[in-house]
Design a protein around this ligand. Sequence first.
Ligand code: PMV
Length: 322
Amino acid sequence: MKVTARAHTNIALVKYWGKKDQQLIIPQTDSLSLTLDKFYTDTTVEFQPELKHDQLVVDGQVFAPKQMKKVTRVLDRVRELSNQTLYASVNSTNHVPMAAGLASSASAFAALALSASRSAGLTLSGRDLSRLARRGSGSATRSVFGGLVEWHAGHDDQSSYAEPIMENVGFDIEMLAILIDTKQKKISSRGGMQSSVETSPFYPAWREVVAHDMVAMKQAIQNHDIDQIGHLAEENAMRMHALTLSADPDYTYFDGGTIQAMNLIKGLRNQGVNCYYTMDAGPNVKVIYNQRDRERIINALAPSFGVNNLVVAQPGPGAHLL
Ligand code: PMV
């Protein structure tokens, strides 16, 4: 059966940075994110008797078997769950700049988990789908659901899954992505986070930060308190990025444009506009704010980054079939 699914990216408000289990992608800590409407991946999967190996095409580009290990890992798990041995053809279209810290792997593996499992005749629960997506990429665990989503770290395959906190976000939170550099990132999140776990002396403190932030963030969400959500998200992101600067060898995902954007946002805040920044494994900056302040924020950022590089996103839906 040929099946197409769509999944949207998510941006973490409390970040995931470090694994306990590399193979199963069991994270060191819980995390919490917002799924966005603007960036998504459409993936079509078909298991076919005539194929000699899995095939992957992403945005028209054919991948060699060696380049598609993560995809194969998800497909292997689907074969295991569905008790069959057929290979699959996977065709994926990203509506996200790839590997630029806009979490294309999140939407990609959530879309793959849904399309591949359905194509193999499986109807998985949201929880089981998130466990399957996790095999491809950690952040994909959360993209199975829409709105505000929590990933329970757990300690094994069974206990590490995502769960929606608020699928329909009933308040005016918005996220604006500043596209600073959409080229492929130099340090993968996989390599980066592993080096932070192994070499940053701050890693034990990070675990405590996340434990605190998960509680505080959920409270802020229940209160619909966008300022508090933004404040906590910014603080959490900076503490995550401190794990890159404090690793050996040290590294950073920021570039000049990232710092410039941070300063502009702080400037706006000094003028009384409540907006906050967050960054992932790339230089692009995401701004968190209340919808009503959108125009002032765009007007302040456009002269430096160009209005075409500012993408306004709102809470988006979970993975679904097309
Ligand atoms: O799962 P990955 O490899 O896409 O890693 C995601 C890491 C961050 O985006 C930086 C944080 C997060 O929680 O999404």
